[in-house]
Design a protein around this ligand. Structure first.
Ligand SMILES: NC(=O)C1=CN([C@@H]2O[C@H](COP(=O)(O)OP(=O)(O)OC[C@H]3O[C@@H](n4cnc5c(N)ncnc54)[C@H](OP(=O)(O)O)[C@@H]3O)[C@@H](O)[C@H]2O)C=CC1
Ligand SMILES: O=C(CO)COP(=O)(O)O
Length: 340
């Protein structure tokens, strides 16, 4: 522990690939102690960020001095070429595969990803996409947990978990990110951590819809609790450990996202309850809502695995089959009684 505290002072090189709300917030948090390059796919937006020293995805949060904006992808990679540096993939799940493909064949020692979801077409978790594209030679891990970008950008406290099979990668991420108002725990349960982060977004849509319909706090608590049972069933079927789902990346992130109005996924549910079309809601958000593609991927995956996920199926029915949110509630309430 003493060793960790000593090393926490070491300045490291970090490149964050993806300049949305979360990539930017993480880059800002790390730039309080490290030299950080933030790269995004939109060169004009990067130019505006470099001038304004803030990102329109996170208005009002001024970049620390050690955060530099890089429009040049090669420069972002060169920045983290030395051992002990960290490359952070901060795009949505939909962008992970193409981003990794552009890293193929490069000398990338350590990769951490922040996205939460299953890939829409394949039903794969992020670590499976990483393995498919980059192989096993690259040490990688998922950084996840209850963390709204706006709060992290403000420097408010939060706790995250780095999950990886590599002890060296876990130690590097803890040394780099743990400190100040950010606590970083570590876990070997990559599957459990990724499943919790993915499925809680679907459940936040359900809870937002229930709240928007005025169904009350009892219904909200029931959805969160039964949602946790759903996350756990799927996660265990995929090889995750039950206790992971009771931690930060399971119950912690589920509670945050289902109850906090900063959640984009919860806001999708609130919009559906108002009778808005999904396209309109997504356009008004101006950010990704990972629970939407994830609901489709998880509905198919759970059917394939024979895992019961009634809330997920009800959300997917509203999102993709034209079911009304009221019908979603009726469908859940009309299920046969069973043991808890
Ligand atoms: N925001 C948060 O509080 C948290 C978010 N996360 C996760 O982090 C990931 C990123 O979220 P966040 O940054 O908030 O999202 P935002 O919607 O704020 O930003 C998305 C960013 O990704 C880019 N992008 C969008 N679609 C694609 C795509 N298909 N391929 C490549 N790049 C794409 C956008 O670029 P452009 O501007 O050019 O469209 C933008 O830079 C998500 O998986 C999310 O679940 C995790 C923890 C907290
Ligand atoms: O993952 C998040 C908080 O931990 C952010 O949730 P939303 O994507 O719903 O805003």
């Amino acid at each position: 522990m003493q060793e960790k505290t000593k090393q926490a002072g070491l300045a490291r090189k970090v490149s964050v690939l993806g300049a949305g709300a979360w990539g930017t917030a993480v880059a800002m948090a790390l730039a309080r102690r490290h030299d950080v390059l933030l790269w995004g796919r939109n060169a004009a937006a990067l130019q505006a960020m470099a001038t304004a020293r803030e990102n329109t995805y996170l208005p009002g949060h001024v970049f620390p001095d050690r955060l530099h904006v890089a429009a040049d992808f090669e420069a972002a990679l060169a920045h983290v070429a030395a051992p002990g540096s960290l490359l952070i993939a901060a795009c949505p799940v939909a962008g992970l595969r193409p981003l990794l493909q552009s890293l193929k064949g490069r000398a990338i020692p350590n990769v951490v990803w922040l996205c939460k979801g299953f890939e829409y077409d394949t039903g794969l978790l992020p670590h499976q996409i990483v393995r498919e594209v980059l192989g096993d030679a690259v040490a990688g891990g998922a950084l996840s947990g209850p963390s709204f970008a706006q709060e992290v950008a403000k420097g408010l406290p939060c706790a995250l978990t780095i999950a990886s099979a590599s002890a060296e990668l876990r130690a590097l991420v803890v040394e780099t990110a743990h400190g100040g108002n950010m606590r970083v725990y570590s876990s070997e349960d990559l599957v459990g951590v990724e499943v919790g982060g993915a499925v809680k977004n679907i459940l936040a849509i359900a809870t937002g819809a229930a709240d928007g319909l005025g169904l009350g706090l009892n219904a909200r608590a029931a959805l969160i609790t039964r949602g946790l049972a759903e996350i756990t069933r799927l996660g265990v079927a995929l090889g995750g450990q039950t206790e992971t789902f009771m931690g930060l990346t399971g119950m912690g992130d589920l509670i945050l996202t289902c109850t906090g109005d900063l959640s984009r996924n919860r806001r999708v549910g609130l919009g559906l309850a108002q009778g808005k079309a999904l396209e309109v809601i997504v356009q008004e958000l101006g950010h990704v809502a990972e629970g939407v593609p994830c609901a489709k991927a998880v509905r198919e995956l759970s059917a394939r695995l024979g895992v019961e996920m009634p809330i997920t199926n009800a959300v997917a029915g509203v999102l993709f089959d034209g079911d009304q949110p009221q019908a979603m509630v009726a469908r859940l309430l009309s299920r046969d009684p069973r043991g808890e």
